[in-house]
Design a protein around this ligand. Sequence first.
Ligand code: DPP
Ligand code: ZN
Length: 874
Amino acid sequence: APLIRLEDYRPSDWLIDTVDLDIVLDPTRTKVRSQLQLRPNPAGDAGAPLVLDGDELTPDSILLDEVPLDPTLYSLSSQGLTIHAPPARAFSLRIETTLDPGANTKLMGLYRSSGVYCTQCEADGFRRITYFLDRPDVMSVYTVRLEARKAEAPVLLSNGNLVAAAELPGGERHFAVWHDPHPKPAYLFALVGGKLDHVRQPYVTADGRKVELAVYVEPGKAGRAGWALDSLVRCMRWDERVFGRNYDLDVFNVVAVSDFNMGAMENKGLNIFNDKYVLADPLTASDGDYASIEAIIAHEYFHNWTGNRITCRDWFQLCLKEGLTVFRDQEFSSDERSRPVKRIADVRTLRSTQFSEDAGPLAHPVRPRAYKEINNFYTPTVYEKGAELIRMLKVLIGEEAFARGMGLYFERCDGTAATIEEFLDCFVEASGQDLAHFAQWYEQAGTPTVVASGKYDAQAKSYTLQLAQSTSATPGQPEKEPVVIPVALGLVGQGGDLPLTSVSPTLKAGGVVVLDQPSLSVTFTDLPEAPTPSLLRGFSAPVRLELDLGDNELLRLFSADSDPFNRWQALQTVATRALVRAGKGDGSTLDATAAALAEALSSFLAGPALTDPAFAAQVLRLPAPADIAREIGRDVDPDTVHGAHRRLSAAIGGALAGQLNALRDSLTERGPYSPAAAPAGRRALRNEALGLIALGAPAEGARLSLAQFAEADNLTDRLAALAAMTLIPGAEREELIARFGELYAREPLVLDKWLMAQALIAEDGTLPRVKALMNHPAFSLGNPNRVRGLIGGFAANLTQFNRADGEGYGFVADIVIALDRTNPQVASRLLGSFKSWRMLEAGRRAKAEAALRMVGATPNLSRDVADIAARSLG
Ligand code: DPP
Ligand code: ZN
């Protein structure tokens, strides 16, 4: 496949002003009649051929200005349709194609999911529906007529506003016409047809527009759509208040489908969701699901301005909409819930998904320079690191300039397909600051490491902090430049934060030191006592931090730091260091660390900390074994890392079992289940405690888990009981697994979690268990959620995916190959599980490499899987 490069970008030679689609839905023979109004792009080449994208299409007919196009005037290829010498003026094209939605297992373009017609067009699915200039800088006004049998598809939806709907003569068929007045790129096109129930609510925007909001779900599931609708209302109000953004159509529809490659899609006025991120009730959705639904409903809604009204010029600019929109949804969730807890959760995700990507063969810049398959760039780097760049920008220029810059962006770029440069220009103008060096973050891959050391001069009452940065080489980028790193900091004394006094120009208002050189030092004066530095407060930059602080100083930060993130981080750092040492084979300090951590946690849990149980739950949770493996970074033996993690957890759990048990009792919920942040936080803490007890005092843990399962009135507590029992081998565990499976036999979304809980068991028996579960009646390789639950869960199992005998790799590789024939996107995602193979010890490394080579050598691979295989080995 050819490499597509940012530097080769050229504007389209042709533009499409309007698109009229007439689509007659049929399970195997859907008719698509498309009428396009084209004209030469003044910015393109006059007289250039018209090259329309088409994927797995053949035209039934082509008319140019209503006259059938002579076959000598065009040619067809597997990429599309070329009209060699189109008239050098505006003209119309009418093209008919026939689709088989039932056979579309790639879930790109038009397909059927449980009998519901739906579409997914980002990034390049529209070309699977009709021939088109399928690129985001071609924006058109769409009018869509949908026709179907009433019995099969009583609901017919598309983008924009409904302008007509009626039965057809005979009464068996009907149609609906939708018109979207906002010009949009083809990737935002959508349609839905099927039997669906819905919940709805009227809404009036801050600027007075009446909007009908609706959430559509499979028949019988309307009772589970309320939380999504409620989240939608709240995020719409928030966007009006915080970003001044109002909605701009008369309807906003959300549709949940059960077969979906991604989380959700922001199609204009018609968001289509993986049902996992819509459906919720207390017995089938966990607290985490409620929070994800709220976040993803918000994410897709926020795209209406950051993505749709202002879209991307080309796919290299993907982070323009995704990084910014993730930032916006994180801010929303922070305002709805606990800001520090949200930040901690986001940083955990960033480290586990993005830092690991950045440290391996799939590392790429937030704005890549080249790609073979764009679907492989919907990554944690583009999304999560992209969001971190926006957050740093805000820290660097300040809240007010940031707000002005956003305002400028909305005003200036509205209706356009924009670039990162155009975005940053708005902030240069708003802040008066030069952001050229900051922009390096978009170009350079890899996680910078910041090394910090400090020295107190008692005589001068001054403290000098040295900061140095470096970034390791990543594929294609052997040499790295220093980047602009905002280090938010404080100096903590016996009585709390000390005043920050410095003559250094690198110290900015709000206690931010900007590290924009290889190294710098800054001296703080007027310090009566030796301070402990609290660096990177709120995780002010996506970097690794190496500190010269001892465990005692970190424990002091844990109890005295005013920054909640760094309180949490301090304890994580103590645990991480001990686990890294033990993970490398030196477990000699582990018991002492366990004792110190247990003591710190014990007084923390006995103190006023419990005013925020969600925060306390985060404090109780140690870094994951995979985080430790990544920190070790080379010659990793997963079994040693996992063993160390178990030993530390068990020692803490054993030491605190009594206190944790009492704590659990004091946190028991009395009223009925509510997904609100406060009770969810109490459950999180109770369940975190349960996990520690299960490891530290297994008999007690089993007793508590089984009791909790029996009494629970919600999925969160049932799942936590199941997860705790998976840590305790034996007959009781197997019985609980079986009972859970029967209880939820008809709830595929819950079974996904059940499959995953089993796939994550860190025991040798897990691979055969997973293989057996592939025969479970609920499992299907055709459904992405099932695959992600069972196979994705297994591939995330540090010790079992990385079995010393290599069988874990072989199993996942075989599934990747099988899946690639039907759904390349899901297959390539799964292959991404190999992204950390190079950090393993030699034996496993060789076996992982062999599995990757086997995948890479398979004939007729999709571009998606071939690209991941090649880059993973590169
Ligand atoms: N653009 C979608 C989202 O991130 C993913 N295809 O919301
Ligand atoms: Zn998005």
